[in-house]
Ligand binder design. Structure first.
Ligand code: SF4
Length: 334
């Protein structure tokens, strides 16, 4: 049970009227006051009981902040001293927050700093929510929330209860359309996500149109092959009419050849009536110590972009605001 559910249960078991929960959540989400001792609209006895029961509302502690004008990278310490990172990026007129879902990650993608750590553990629902709450309390919250930090979100069942609180209009009240989940394609949780949160944005980490090569880059391909992932994504497009994003980290000489480009176009076209809602995000690779990969040249990246566009496939070159802090996708190592 997450702490918002525990709070609701505690209040009802204490015989408090229904409006108490609203008063407290307004304090947290509107007045940005999380200290029960300072919630003076509550009877003193209740304030004391809440303080005793819940202590300090944030379960994670900030141990380091790295700020540039557009990127804020926060290192958090958890109750067992594990560390995770979350990043807030500012693009012109909107704020995007990137959250972690696990300490480390078990999937060992060859190009990923987090994958080198292995899995330490899943984050609890509260630890996922508190990363977002931290940014909300410190500033203006987030226009969009992305699960692209440490870990594979669909390997952690707590993602689902976190999404319930994030989208709940009593709490964070963020629309599903403003939430992005980036995944290698974990089944059956991908289907569960689609069925429970049909408007959420899904980004599949693709990175190669060739299954054998994808398996070398992303060992998860063996258990969760593209051949099983695409039918689920097509089901999502058919049922919910939502765009699906295909993330493609361009690695020089590895997956940026003309053969890769043709196979990528063919793979998307082979999705038939659903092909038009696939959108490719081309992502530049950030150097990771100990990994031999290099980012594709700007010229090759532009070539991929123009050829995909000429083939009628939606494509975006993702700006990499995390670069100066090594805080972009797959670069969070805590
Ligand atoms: S890219 Fe994502 S899934 Fe792969 S190892 Fe890194 S965090 Fe895990």
């Amino acid at each position: 049970m997450n702490k918002f559910q525990r709070l609701a249960l505690f209040l009802s078991q204490a015989g408090q009227p229904d409006y108490r929960l609203t008063q407290i959540t307004r304090s947290i989400f509107v007045q940005k006051e999380i200290n029960f001792a300072k919630m003076f609209f509550l009877p003193q006895q209740l304030r004391e009981k809440l303080e005793k029961e819940f202590g300090f509302w944030l379960s994670i502690e900030v141990i380091k902040k790295d700020y540039s004008s557009q990127v804020k990278k926060i290192l958090f310490s958890l109750s067992d001293n594990s560390r995770i990172e979350a990043v807030r990026m500012t693009y012109r007129d909107w704020q995007s927050v990137c959250l972690s879902s696990q300490v480390g990650c078990p999937l060992a993608c060859a190009f990923c700093a987090t994958g080198k750590m292995g899995l330490v553990r899943d984050l609890t629902t509260d630890e996922i929510l508190d990363q977002l709450l931290f940014f909300h309390l410190e500033e203006e919250g987030a226009d969009t929330v992305s699960f692209m930090g440490m870990g594979e979100p669909l390997l952690n069942d707590n993602l689902f209860s976190a999404l319930e609180v994030i989208t709940d209009d009593r709490f964070f009240n963020i629309s599903q359309r403003k939430i992005n989940v980036s995944t290698v394609g974990i089944l059956p949780n991908l289907k569960r996500l689609i069925d429970n949160f049909p408007s959420i944005n899904i980004a599949l980490s693709l990175n190669s149109p060739f299954p054998k090569q994808r398996q070398l880059l992303m060992p998860s391909e063996e258990k969760f092959p593209l051949a099983k992932i695409f039918p689920i994504l097509n089901y999502h497009i058919r049922t919910n009419r939502r765009k699906v994003f295909l993330s493609y980290i361009l690695l020089s000489g590895v997956n940026d050849t003309a053969q890769h480009l043709s196979a990528l176009i063919a793979l998307i076209r082979s999705q038939g009536g659903e092909a038009y809602l696939y959108h490719v995000n081309l992502i530049s690779f950030h150097p990771v110590a100990g990994l031999a990969f290099k980012s594709s040249s700007p010229r090759q990246t532009d070539f991929f972009k123009s050829q995909l566009a000429r083939s009628g496939i939606g494509v975006t070159k993702r700006r990499s605001l995390g670069l100066s802090f090594r805080g972009a996708c797959g670069q969070l190592t805590a």
